[in-house]
Design a binder for this molecule. Structure first.
Ligand code: KG4
Ligand code: ZN
Length: 353
């Protein structure tokens, strides 16, 4: 079964072909037009998707060494995301499915991230270890969920304010770094000292009484943002320039240490021995290493997506469509965009429990 996946929820235009759970092609075009603005400009994002969607799709089909007539199903992100951006991919995908006379499958973007560590493992993939804890960290979401074998899930923690990726991007902007700042901070931090300055870690063992801390899997990053802002205002530009790598490493560690601590806490308190990380921030080298070290220490098995499948990509959309169809989900011919769909609501509409 050849599935074409389309992803346009934010600032990546992507198309992929997945056949029986194996990726045949995955074409991703990242929009650079936003870097001057320090964040994604929704109108520009929609226009870029519109400009590229046909050629990216053609490229993905050609790369997969098939023709459009050999496609069996088309899947696209239906939300959450920027409404205009999602609509470009969703309408294009449904139009193409209609013209080819093949079924269409709407996919929840966050759910696709959650499943991304299992890309290339086949449509009938089962998690051998049963339930797992998923840390999903992107530019718009920070979620801890317990995911069961049948893909049903329970969200047990979420950010109360900024997402982890947003914390990277906004503190990076304060340092004068281009958008998205996450990968730039990751690179800079390689040469920095994580203990150069201790920025706050909200809702952790260091900031809570043990009673409220142990039942609390929520995150908060807005205090970190304010703290970085206030601290930077007290420093000279020369000092900041001289210690840029140390500051980047300190900010990164303030974010990563919280993500790791909460994920391990969730796994241990639920007695779950498998953890996965997903979403754009899971590309972070320090997060990948620190999570692996912590999991090893507690004899927890860790699933991590390949770097190309961490940030937004259409392979994860097509892969999840294949898994859902294998599990009996019915394809549709018409679906409305769900830009603000919460994870749970979006997933419910997309056919999960
Ligand atoms: O999942 P994603 O590609 O798009 C959304 O669904 O939001 O995530 C994008 C986010 C951005 O905030 C970006 O700065 C962050 O992921 N990101 C990283 C890294 N690569 C991407 N953050 C830290 N380190 C990275 N290497
Ligand atoms: Zn994403």
């Amino acid at each position: 079964m050849n599935i074409l996946g389309i992803e346009t929820s934010c600032d990546e235009t992507s198309a992929a072909v997945v056949c029986n759970g194996q990726v045949l092609s995955n074409v991703v075009s990242s929009q650079h037009c936003h870097s001057a603005f320090g964040g994604v400009v929704p109108e520009l994002a929609s226009r870029e998707h519109e400009r590229l969607i046909v050629s990216i799709t053609d490229f993905a089909v050609t790369e997969a060494n098939i023709t459009k007539n050999e496609l069996d199903v088309i899947a696209a992100t239906a939300g959450p995301g920027l409404i205009g951006a999602v609509m470009v991919g969703l309408c294009f995908a449904q139009g193409l499915a209609y013209s080819l006379g093949i079924p269409f499958v709407p996919i929840n973007h966050i759910e696709a991230h959650i499943f991304s560590p299992f890309i290339n493992e086949g449509d009938s993939h089962q998690h051998p270890e049963g339930s797992f804890i998923s840390l999903t960290v992107s530019g718009g979401h920070t979620l801890l969920s317990v995911v069961a074998q049948d893909l049903s899930y329970e969200v047990i923690g979420r950010t109360l304010d900024d997402a982890a990726g947003e914390a990277f991007d906004k503190t990076g902007k304060m340092l004068g770094l281009p958008y998205p700042a996450g990968p730039v901070i990751d690179k800079l931090a390689e040469k920095g000292d994580t203990s150069f300055h201790k920025f706050p870690r909200a809702l952790t063992s260091q900031s809570q009484t043990s009673k409220s801390y142990f039942g609390n899997f929520d995150f908060s990053f807005s205090g970190l943002k304010t703290s970085v802002h206030t601290w930077l205002q007290k420093q000279t530009p020369q000092f900041i320039e001289l210690h840029l790598a140390d500051i980047a490493a300190s900010i990164q560690w303030a974010i990563v240490s919280v993500l790791v601590e909460k994920t391990i806490l969730a796994a241990r308190s639920r007695g779950i021995k498998t953890v996965s990380i997903a979403g754009g921030v899971s590309a972070n080298s320090t997060l990948r290493k620190a999570m692996k070290d912590a999991c090893d220490k507690h004899s927890i098995f860790l699933h991590i997506p390949g770097i190309v499948y961490s940030t937004d990509n259409a392979a994860m959309i097509a892969t999840l469509a294949g898994v859902k169809l294998t599990r009996g989900m019915k394809a549709e011919h018409c679906y409305n965009v769900a830009p603000y769909a919460s994870f749970a609501a979006g997933a419910r509409k997309a056919g999960l429990k």
